[in-house]
Design a protein around this ligand. Structure first.
Ligand code: GDP
Ligand code: MG
Length: 163
């Protein structure tokens, strides 16, 4: 059985940092599939004895808002097509941005489990700031730090239950 978790979100929220953390515990089988319309990175990992694949979406993003929007559409399309579970990453340092709202709007149409994940919560002080992400209208969120690993265990517990 192949179970796929897609990491989506606008640029710079920490998707690749999270991906690297998730796959580093075993020899990462990272595979870049480049095409005209897509670039994605796959890795395999396991948690609580459950194996799954992770896709880090969003490869080459260069500058303009239009390109950002294209990139996001592409990620969501990929998530709809291939993922079993979606991890939607946002950034507590930046707060809610217009692009976060765009992604949230697109994801609301996806009938798959979505885990809203507030990244860069590196210290307890930042927990309080994370509450603004209820404003995305996606309900509960997981707060994590992809850099120091805090919160990622709880997120993974929930993700593998949904697989
Ligand atoms: P992506 O564009 O969504 O893949 O984001 P990256 O993984 O490339 O990270 C963007 C920036 O955010 C980099 O400078 C990371 O070091 C930083 N970053 C990622 N995760 C965290 C985190 O948990 N805490 C902090 N403080 N910075 C982070
Ligand atoms: Mg990245």
């Amino acid at each position: 059985m192949s179970c796929i978790v897609a990491i989506v979100g606008r640029p710079n929220v920490g998707k690749s940092t999270l991906f690297n953390r998730l796959v580093q515990r075993r020899e990462a089988i990272v595979d870049s599939v480049s095409g005209v319309t897509r670039d994605r990175h796959y890795g395999k990992t396991d948690w609580n004895g459950r194996e799954f694949s992770v896709i880090d979406t969003g490869g080459y993003v260069v500058g303009s808002d239009d390109v950002f929007e294209q990139e996001i559409d592409k990620q969501v399309e990929l998530a709809i097509d291939e993922a079993d579970v979606i991890v939607f990453v946002v950034d507590v340092e930046a707060g809610i941005t217009g692009l976060d709202n765009d992604v949230a709007t697109l994801l609301r149409k996806v009938e798959k489990p979505i885990f809203l994940t507030v990244n860069k919560v590196d210290s307890a002080g930042r927990e309080a700031d994370a509450v603004e992400f209820y404003g995305l209208g996606l309900g509960e969120y997981y707060s994590i730090s992809s850099i120091n690993g805090s919160g990622t265990g709880d997120l993974l517990d929930a993700v593998v239950k949904a697989l």
